[in-house]
Design a protein around this ligand. Structure first.
Ligand code: C5P
Length: 221
């Protein structure tokens, strides 16, 4: 079969990364978590005391950061300038700030450029917010993955570990706020591509959802 590119977009906590990773494994494709790239920029910017209003400094940082995505056994490992920051990318602090940094045009430009290079050889499953609409508009398969807001909050709650530091209700509010920022931003907002297949993961297992995507992919490739 021919290798294709698969774009998976959708709101926070819809299960994109788990499902994208499983589908990539089944197809022997490369999985690219683009949210992790925006998180990496955000983490370093916060560490260096930058605010999202320091657009020029953040842009310079994004341009010089070396971001490496390595396949991990149950999630993607992320190296920034050689340092494994995977766990720190999921902190509340990064969650709360990432959409503000992801609005910066130069940051988006740089990330989209890196992402297109990774997809050039085909055989990539890429998840994010603007992959089907903007980064890979020619992707052969586009999926828009959704789930109810309470289910999405529960998934992210579990990701925070035994000491979440926030209530489920508060987390649901913060996720809704992040989705709003992602949908309303000017450049490459979160949006369902007209040619995307909408898949609702509420009440479905990750294996079930990944299986559907693999079936679609095999029917095309
Ligand atoms: O997917 P994840 O929740 O890790 O993404 C974190 C944030 O990164 C999103 O809320 C969004 O602000 C930003 N992002 C983006 N474009 C992408 C992927 C993520 O703006 N393609």
């Amino acid at each position: 079969a021919e290798r294709i590119n698969i774009a998976i977009d959708g709101p926070a906590g819809a299960g994109k990364s788990t499902v994208a990773r499983l589908a990539a494994q089944a197809l022997q494709y490369i999985y690219v978590d683009t949210g992790a790239m925006y998180r990496a920029v955000t983490l370093r910017a916060l560490e260096q005391g930058m605010s999202n209003e320091d657009e020029e400094r953040v842009a310079a940082l994004a341009n010089e950061l070396d971001i490496e995505l390595l396949p991990g056994s149950d999630s993607q490992r992320v190296l920034v300038d050689g340092e494994d920051v995977s766990t720190r990318l999921r902190s509340l602090d990064v969650n709360r700030n990432v959409s503000h940094f992801a609005r910066i045009e130069a940051v988006r430009h740089r990330m989209a450029d890196l992402q297109r290079r990774m997809a050039k050889q085909k055989g990539v499953v890429m998840d994010g917010r603007d992959i089907g609409t903007h980064v890979l508009p020619d992707a052969e398969l586009k999926v828009f993955l959704t789930a109810s807001s309470i289910e999405r909050a529960k998934r992210r709650f579990l990701e925070l570990g035994p000491d979440p530091g926030i209530s489920l209700e508060q987390l649901e509010k913060e996720i809704a706020e992040r989705d709003r920022l992602d949908q309303e931003r000017e450049i490459a907002p979160l949006l369902c591509a007209p040619d995307a297949r909408v898949l609702d993961s509420t009440g479905k297992s990750a294996d079930e959802v990944a299986g559907q995507i693999v079936t679609w992919a095999l029917a095309i490739a």
